[in-house]
Design a binder for this molecule. Structure first.
Ligand code: ADP
Ligand code: MG
Length: 274
């Protein structure tokens, strides 16, 4: 069984290869047919990088993200073909225990709609506390202090006063901040954010984006940011991977791709954005 290496940052930021996705393919089966929705997708992610995965709705971005953490529902989806390496180890070969460690500690994920990920019956303290207990064995005062620290890290005002809040008592932006706090609780080195600002008001979108960007820089985390919003890519991403109908049609550093797009689909996306 592959072991999960410690979170060592011995190499300079931006150089350590954390995630290497190679020729990833996924199909979904329905009654009479099989649809290949991710088709030979390859890209990588290095420490400290902000990589954007873009493409219009249905292009296979979420399926790619879920495949990385082996979170697809295999009653309908095929097991991903290809390789998904985290620090050199193929995640597809991990057993359940190694996968749990990976998801809890090393690669965190946040989604578009925080309400579906937060338990409506649990306070902020309990939601984050469960993660800390499960993965770090923290409880009592130590857990409480860490929760407050995390809430402050994600910019929730009056963090101690928010411990007893329930999700419905928080704004959309605050809920997403709580999700980010939970995702960061175990100091992951990769954060996959699947359209994390799409459901938020425009002004709040920008605040959450700025938060993610500053956390990514400050914690030296790698961020795989999934979006269909090219203005976000232009402002924030170091590199961009463009998907169309399950395939990567173009990838490169953001400036180069925006200045001189090679693929007709990228040109079309950029033209639509202007
Ligand atoms: P994106 O995130 O880029 O909008 P998705 O990765 O969610 O796109 O979906 C890619 C394709 O896979 C779409 O055609 C979608 O309909 C299909 N798909 C996603 N999830 C399922 C599923 N559970 N069963 C069948 N098809 C699915
Ligand atoms: Mg999606």
């Amino acid at each position: 069984m592959p072991s999960i290496p410690a979170n060592s940052n011995s190499e300079p930021t931006g150089h350590q290869l954390l995630l290497d996705v190679h020729e990833l393919s996924v199909c979904f089966r329905s009654d009479d047919r099989t649809n290949t929705v991710v088709d030979g997708v390859s890209f990588d992610l290095r420490s400290g990088e902000f990589v954007a995965l873009v493409g219009e709705s249905g292009s296979g971005k979420s399926v790619t993200a879920l495949s990385i953490l082996q979170l697809l529902d295999y009653r309908h989806a095929s097991h991903p073909a290809g390789e998904i390496r985290y620090r050199g180890d193929d995640i597809r070969k991990f057993d359940e225990k190694a996968l749990r460690n990976l998801r809890g500690d090393r690669i965190a994920m946040i989604f578009q709609e925080p309400m579906t990920s937060l338990n409506p019956l649990h306070t902020v303290e309990k939601q984050i506390g469960e993660t800390l207990l499960l993965h770090k064995g923290l409880k009592g005062t130590a857990a409480k202090e860490r929760i407050i620290e995390l809430l402050e890290l994600v910019g929730i005002p009056d963090a101690p006063g928010r411990l007893s809040s329930y999700p419905h008592q928080l704004s959309g932006g605050q809920k997403q901040r709580v999700m980010i706090a939970m995702a960061l609780a175990n100091e992951p080195d990769v954060l996959i954010a699947d359209e994390p600002t799409t459901a938020l008001d425009v002004t709040v979108q920008k605040q959450v984006l700025e938060l993610l960007r500053s956390l990514q820089k400050r914690l030296g985390m790698a961020l795989l940011f999934i979006t269909h919003d090219l203005s976000i890519v232009r402002s924030y991403a170091d590199r961009v991977v463009v998907m169309q109908q399950g395939r990567v049609v173009e990838k490169g550093d953001t400036q180069t791709v925006f200045d001189d797009p090679q693929h007709p689909y990228t040109r079309k996306l950029l033209a639509a954005d202007n």
